[in-house]
Design a protein around this ligand. Structure first.
Ligand code: V47
Length: 433
């Protein structure tokens, strides 16, 4: 039996990993142990095998290598500034057309009040997204950011999906030269106070699924371009994957592959400065045994040799069918959620973090995921309009105590982080990095 280079875990998955080493998954388990990149064929095997526990054990090994016994949460607030959207994505139950019952847009005064409440509650982050509003001018978005900056100067603003960024480039007629248009919009938003981009709007990078379920939305190349330019401007970003609707496992793997390839390019110089060896095809793998990382294993803002932003976290989002045009579909099962998160951890070997977004996974399920590849639960959230658990209101809040307890019960140490995953020192509502 091979000995692991990592300390044994309180969660006891080593026994399960041994099982993977002795099973048809042996070839994959050996690669994971050695820190070699998994191929799309390996990913397909991980989705196919009945031995979900072995998949999860390998994901847990990787998580422990990257984060030891730490797991993260943050104190944040989400603002969905408008649900009016020019698009009509079939999976979405959030959007309304202008003038339709329930359509809204928040005024700058409402935004200011939300920012003040967030600051009073000790939040370190505002997560802001909305629909593609056909009439709000660009000035609304920059004023929103400046208003928040004035009201709550310490709070990090993570705002606007790549889809909104492209919309803003279009309404300001800066879309002719795509990369330059994106850059100009992002630079204006950054000047007004934008701190990072959330991972939304990616859905699943596949043209067939795109045309059937979210026609009219930006495609994968545009989504990836926005994030690439954001990284060039020094902004960190996240990535999501919406699964469990009309896509197939192969589509999920293709999605993960595109993210992984882009992150390789982004991290190449930093990895060289860290003495991290390139693998075949320039792969930068961050999930190997400790000996592969003579200096830092994970990128952090301001690190030596890091001149750009990067993808911080992947957030697998399980499809919620309720009230959407795809309501006939069942949505993914609990086991599928667990497996997809574990596969994302294993395939995205160059993404520092994997988030189990408790709002969509439920807190009990997100807690289980902490032992199966996830290292982050997201935050206190407070209001969330995009998806609601059967019949619940948009008020969806957990306390810091709930999040910390969930992490402790999973055998891990809860660490409050800011948006960029720096540990937060807190004294009540006051905090510093
Ligand atoms: O882009 C919409 C998804 C996303 C449904 O970056 C749905 O830290 C499931 O991106 N069922 C928004 N999902 C959420 C998001 C996010 C969440 C938490 C953290 C971060 C981050 C980002 O929600 C949308 C879309 O993909 N979504 N409708 C639905 N019916």
């Amino acid at each position: 039996m091979t000995t692991l280079a990592t300390p044994p875990s309180a969660t006891g998955p080593d026994r399960l990993l041994d099982r993977a080493l002795a099973s048809p998954l042996r070839g994959i388990a050996e690669k994971v142990q050695a820190g070699r990149r998994l191929s799309p064929e390996d990913g397909a095997t991980l989705f196919r095998t009945p031995d979900v526990h072995a998949v999860c054990a390998m994901a847990d090994l990787v998580r422990r290598r990257m984060h030891g016994d730490r797991a993260y949460y943050n104190v944040n607030r989400h603002i969905n500034y408008s649900n009016v959207c020019a698009l009509s994505c079939k999976f979405c139950a959030f959007f309304r057309k202008e003038g339709e019952d329930g359509a809204y847009e928040m005024s700058l005064d409402q935004i200011r009040a939300e920012a003040a409440k967030a600051a009073e509650g000790g939040a370190t982050e505002l997560h802001i997204v909305g629909g593609l509003h056909p009439r709000l001018p660009f000035d609304y978005y920059t004023s929103m950011l400046r208003t928040i900056r004035e009201t709550a100067p310490q709070i990090h603003i993570k705002a606007f999906t790549a889809v909104e960024i492209v919309h803003l480039a279009r309404i300001t007629r800066r879309w002719k030269d795509r990369a330059e248009g994106i850059r100009a919009v992002l630079q204006d938003l950054k000047d007004a106070g934008l701190g990072s981009l959330p991972g939304g709007g990616a859905e699943v990078f596949d043209d067939r699924v795109h045309d059937e379920a979210y026609r009219g939305k930006i495609r994968s190349d545009e989504w990836l371009d926005v994030h690439r330019v954001a990284h060039e401007l020094g902004l960190n970003t996240n990535a999501t994957m919406l699964y469990g609707h009309i896509e197939q496992h192969g589509d999920r793997l293709h999605h993960l592959e595109l993210l992984r390839t882009q992150q390789d390019r982004t991290l190449r110089d930093w990895a060289a400065a860290q003495g991290i060896a390139d693998q075949a095809d320039g792969a930068v793998v961050l999930s190997g045994p400790a000996a592969s990382y003579p200096r830092e294993r994970l990128p952090m803002p301001g690190a030596a040799g890091l001149r750009t932003g990067y993808f911080q976290t992947i957030i697998p989002l399980p499809f919620f069918p309720d009230d959407s045009e795809l309501e006939r579909l069942p949505g993914p099962s609990g086991l599928e959620n667990l497996r997809t998160l574990a596969v994302a951890r294993l395939m995205l070997d160059n993404f520092p973090h994997v988030k189990a977004f408790w709002i969509m996974q439920t807190l009990p399920m997100a807690q289980v995921m902490l032992q199966n590849g996830a290292d982050d639960l997201d935050g206190t959230v407070v209001w969330y309009d995009i998806t609601k658990l059967g019949g619940s209101s948009t008020h969806q809040e957990v306390s810091v105590g709930d999040l910390r307890r969930a992490i402790r019960e999973a055998g891990l140490e809860p660490i409050e982080r800011d948006t960029l995953y720096r540990p937060v020192m807190r004294d009540g509502r006051a905090w510093r990095i």
